[in-house]
Design a protein around this ligand. Structure first.
Ligand SMILES: C[S@@+](CC[C@H](N)C(=O)[O-])C[C@H]1O[C@@H](n2cnc3c(N)ncnc32)[C@H](O)[C@@H]1O
Length: 271
């Protein structure tokens, strides 16, 4: 039986690893339990660079939000936002414009409970526990309607989450349902586990097998498959690229390993 701190909401089974809490452990957070740490460590044994991959993903999130702010976007719907850790979307956005609006959405009860307590005193920011695969519920939620103005552009973010949606659950339709609710000039930003066809190393494949078996199945998509998911959108330069290649702050940030980075990022604009 796992330890059960007071901040754990409801009837969560702490012996069952969760995507959000495993990720929190890799990020060095405190909201995870023995079962989460065990699978995180087993995955890392197969692929020791997991933590670096995740830090690169968080850096990508920051760059993408900053670029969206530069493009004039002031509203963000962050789907699969995770447990709030430093460098969240509202912190990045409010550094540029304190009036920016952000809604965090996650299925995980711990992530949402922490989001709510962290954001309680902030105007224009909310957290919602919901499943992104149900766009109608997310888009119709009172938290979303209260914070976001659907007559102005909104950036929908799906950062490191779309790879939990298999083709059988129609990810393109899910994306389309969100975009249909937004005005032209809105955006979709993604990062996603993947690589070129046939390229996945045995270490990455083994890590993905361990994670998929014990946490939740994870889909690896190649560049063409991801580009297809974004059809109908105008791709912002540099298109669908490995995370480190997506608008790096400095050319020095892109090392040799960037060419084999196990994931892609892209930003698309609704025409
Ligand atoms: C790998 S974490 C990424 C967190 C954050 N977006 C980032 O990139 O740092 C994935 C998050 O998506 C959440 N998630 C997974 N499937 C989801 C779904 N169907 N709807 C909403 N959230 C989901 C998990 O609970 C987890 O917090």
């Amino acid at each position: 039986m796992a330890e059960r701190p007071k901040w754990v909401p409801g009837d969560i089974d702490l012996d069952r690893p969760s995507v959000a809490r495993v990720y929190d452990y890799w990020l060095g957070g405190a909201h995870n339990f023995a079962a989460d740490r065990a699978v995180a460590n087993r995955t890392m044994e197969a692929m020791p660079e997991v933590r670096r991959v995740i830090l690169v993903n968080r850096a990508l999130l920051r760059r993408m939000v900053r670029h969206l702010l530069h493009l004039g976007v002031r509203q963000f719907l962050d789907l699969g936002s995770g447990i709030p850790t430093a460098g969240n979307v509202h912190e990045i956005a409010h550094a540029v414009d304190p009036a920016a609006r952000v809604v965090y959405v996650d299925t995980d009860a711990v992530a949402t409970a922490h989001g709510k307590s962290l954001l309680a005193d902030l105007p224009h920011v909310a957290a919602l526990q919901a499943d992104l695969r149900d766009p109608a519920s997310v888009l119709g939620a009172p938290e979303v309607r209260a914070v976001l103005d659907f007559d102005r552009p909104i950036a929908v973010l799906m950062i490191a989450v779309l790879h939990f949606v298999p083709d059988s659950e129609e990810p393109h339709k899910i994306i389309t349902d969100y975009l249909d609710a937004l005005v032209p000039g809105s955006y979709l930003g993604i990062s996603h586990s993947g690589g070129e066809k046939g390229e996945e190393s045995e270490a990455v494949a083994e890590a993905r097998r361990r994670y998929s078996a014990q946490v939740t199945p994870m889909v690896h998509r190649d560049r063409a498959e991801l580009t297809a998911l974004l059809r109908g959108l105008e791709l912002v330069e540099p298109g669908v690229v490995r995370l480190p290649h997506w608008r790096p702050d400095s050319p020095d940030d892109v090392d040799e390993a960037a060419e084999r980075f196990p994931g892609f990022a892209a930003l698309g604009r609704k025409p």
